[in-house]
Design a protein around this ligand. Structure first.
Ligand SMILES: Cc1ncc(COP(=O)(O)O)c(C=O)c1O
Length: 426
């Protein structure tokens, strides 16, 4: 496949758009950033006319695929009614009610427009509730790109200090100091207890399943113990379920793993491609926002079309049908991939759920960021690039997102490409 039309379009676009892309994560990809003309089902079409089976799914949101009729019909109908009213619509109450019915930790909801900003509200709430300032985050976990939390997302361990007490590493130039952030290795209870004992930690934020830096599950009992310690020391536990919420299950990762945080950050699959995120949680914390003690604003919060799409998306997810479909196709894909890698003699590990899983090469059972990056990421990146050239778009970092629009025929096509790519050698 030829991607040179995309390259030319990005280079021409760079006359007007800084770097030719509108997110730092869309640059530095092989062979070059792609420019798309349309998307439907689980398929993307680019300016070169390539038709790609898509496992990026917009970086996760498109759980129902690129063109779910119910969501698009709801959005289209709303376009004729209102766009932005600087007030409330009934749809936002319906959407919020659905969230509270589906997610164990959601007693009250506040909608936002991106996961990154919803994280900021959670930090404020944790600090206001505890009158403490420090927050704990974990090496390799991603919680958006804002100054106070964009630390140690993908640090070079050789310059990031001791494994048990990492030095926070800034993610970008121009970033303000992270003086109130404590960075710890994940899946280690002792380091958390040592910090909480000091009595100055307002909150702990984590991805309950680590999908941003290789798929790593919480060790048995880890989340339960963190929950227990947070309760004991009066620290607010925040699950960042921007990836896992409504995707791993209708009740998110917390629904599957059985541990309920104080606050949860939602985004992505919440609105199947519309710019909707949320902070949700227990009443005692969310009331700080409700009573105006903690400020949370946003011109575009609960924009009418987005809310219509959110209601339609959540109703679909709540019906159970999308996850039932993905359970079949995703499981077949996970099983099929394992079989192909095994028969090609590629040491591999597949971790996660049919709706989102991670594949790594040449490493078994890492438990945190530093052990996870020992996987053969270069080899996997080569594999992802060869797959792209065969018409299958997978993330070079190893994450696969499934949608209910992927059908058995798409899985078969994908596995046949995997076979060919492995035969040719990676
Ligand atoms: C776990 C997690 N938290 C937060 C974010 C930030 O969300 P957004 O890109 O909507 O700002 C992301 C984005 O990928 C994410 O994966």
């Amino acid at each position: 496949m030829d991607f040179s039309g995309s390259l030319r379009a990005v280079e021409a676009g760079a006359t007007y758009v800084a770097g030719g892309v509108n997110s730092g994560y869309r640059t530095g990809v092989r062979p070059n950033p792609l420019v798309f003309t349309s998307a439907s089902g689980c398929t993307l079409v680019d300016v070169d006319g390539n038709i790609l089976t898509d496992y990026f799914l917009g970086m996760g949101p498109m759980l129902l695929g690129h063109s779910p009729k119910e969501v698009i019909d709801a959005a289209k109908a709303q376009l004729d009614v209102s766009l932005l009213v600087a007030g409330q619509t009934l749809a936002e109450y319906k959407a919020a009610r659905l969230v509270t019915e589906m997610l164990p930790g959601a007693e009250l909801v506040r909608f936002a427009s991106s996961g990154s900003e919803a994280v900021q509200v959670a930090f404020r709430v944790a600090r206001a509730a505890t009158k403490r300032w420090k927050m704990i985050k974990f090496e390799g976990h991603y919680h958006g790109w804002f100054d106070n939390v964009y630390w140690s997302v993908a640090p070079d361990p050789t310059t990031a200090g001791d494994a048990l007490s990492p030095i926070p590493v800034a993610g970008t130039q121009g970033q303000e100091s992270g003086e109130n952030l404590v960075v710890l290795p994940w899946n280690n209870i002792q380091v958390i207890e040592d910090q909480l004992k000091n009595g100055d930690i307002a909150g702990i934020i984590m991805e309950p399943i680590m999908f941003n830096s290789g798929g790593i599950l919480p060790l048995p009992g880890y989340l339960e113990k963190v929950r227990e310690l947070c309760t004991k020391y009066g620290t607010v536990l925040i699950f960042d379920e921007v990836i896992t919420g409504f995707r791993v299950s209708a009740g998110g990762a917390q629904g599957v793993l059985g541990v309920t945080p104080d606050l949860t950050i939602l985004g992505k699959a919440l609105a199947n491609g519309f710019a909707v995120a949320a902070i949700v949680g227990k009443k005692e914390f969310m009331n700080l926002v409700g009573e105006g003690k903690v400020m949370h604003g946003g011109t575009y919060n609960t924009q009418s079309v987005s809310m219509a799409a959110t209601v339609a998306t959540l109703e679909m997810i709540k019906s159970g049908k999308p996850h039932a479909t993905i359970e079949v196709t995703g499981s077949a894909l996970m099983k099929g991939l394992a079989a192909e890698f095994t028969s090609a003699g590629v040491m591999h590990e597949i971790v996660g759920y049919p709706s989102v899983f991670n594949v790594r090469f040449d490493l078994h059972a890492p438990t945190d960021y530093r052990s996870g990056i020992k996987a053969n990421r270069e080899r996997y990146g080569n594999f992802a690039f060869e797959m792209l050239k065969s018409g299958i778009r997978i993330l070079p970092r190893g994450t696969w997102f499934l949608s209910s629009a992927h059908e058995a025929v798409d899985i078969d096509k994908t596995l046949s490409c995997v076979r060919d790519v492995l035969k040719a050698g990676i």
